[in-house]
Design a protein around this ligand. Structure first.
Ligand code: SF4
Ligand code: SF4
Length: 265
């Protein structure tokens, strides 16, 4: 990999390469350049995962013609597809080197062995939502029980915005979560469930189930479960699997005229 990145930079196939560099024993995201070519000796894969594609989006917004190379796992590639669909990155300006995390453990929904959720404790299992739960299992609770369990999860939120900030497909310049007309400001926990539902709605057709939000959440809220449900609805209504393709979006599928019958959600 080091040789390939060196070659790409020397031959100007890419202007920069986003990968990981060991720093004080930790693999941290790093921008490799031709000017500092010797740094490539410290390029590692490691287990660390950051939103390299989010960094690419921010860089591309300032330098739209820059050719950006980056290291991708399966989840990064899904995020790139979403960013192409939403015109946040141009596929022609991106080159990737893929690494396979652990194919035997990749589950149907794109789950990743790097982010196997911790086992839920007794209280969370009794009154909250287990992060390991599948959507069907969550839906087996009665509506009232389900509502109470989600409220238990949401009231733990400390409004750190970690879920939003780490998310590779959160790219809006103005964030609804900070809009006082939508969500009361100056309170912790944030107004719930609206804070979490606003984010969940915005993840429809965007969330690629990378799990970074849940990994970052200090309150260990079952965020992936919530977003999986939202995307299940997108899949049912639009027959759209988020992140699987770079050239389709639910909006394209609607065509000029909306002919779909509304479905009960
Ligand atoms: S799992 Fe979380 S961080 Fe990953 S894309 Fe979905 S909302 Fe964003
Ligand atoms: S990361 Fe967790 S605690 Fe922080 S804002 Fe998001 S849901 Fe709330």
């Amino acid at each position: 990999m080091q040789e390939q990145v060196r070659e790409w930079l020397e031959q100007d196939r890419v202007d920069i390469f986003l990968g990981y560099k060991m720093l004080q024993g930790h693999p941290l995201p790093h921008c490799f350049t031709k000017e500092n070519i010797d740094e490539i000796d410290k390029l590692v894969v490691g287990k660390a995962r950051y939103s390299l594609e989010k960094m690419a989006t921010k860089i591309a917004a300032k330098h739209p013609d820059l050719k950006i190379g980056l290291l991708t796992r399966d989840c990064n590639q899904r995020a790139l597809n979403v960013l192409y669909v939403w015109n946040q990155l141009k596929p022609d300006n991106i080159e990737t080197i893929s690494v396979n995390c652990c194919p035997s453990k990749l589950k149907e929904h794109g789950d990743c062995s790097y982010l196997e959720p911790e086992q839920a404790g007794f209280l969370k299992k009794m009154v909250g939502m287990d992060n390991n739960m599948e959507v069907e299992a969550a839906e087996a609770f009665s509506q009232e029980d389900r509502f109470n369990r989600w409220m238990y999860e949401f009231q733990k939120c400390i409004k750190c915005y970690g879920c939003r900030d780490i998310c590779p497909v959160c790219f809006c310049k103005e964030c609804s979560l900070e809009h006082s007309d939508l969500i009361a400001t100056g309170t912790i926990p944030p107004e719930f469930p609206i804070f979490h539902l606003v984010r969940a709605v915005h993840m429809a057709g965007r969330c690629i189930d990378c799990g970074l939000c849940e990994d970052a959440c200090p309150a260990y809220i079952s965020l992936r479960l919530l977003y999986r449900k939202v995307n299940e609805t997108v899949s049912d209504v639009f027959d759209y699997k988020t992140g699987t393709s770079a050239d389709q979006s639910p909006f394209n599928m609607l065509g000029d005229e909306v002919t779909l019958e509304p479905k009960p959600i």
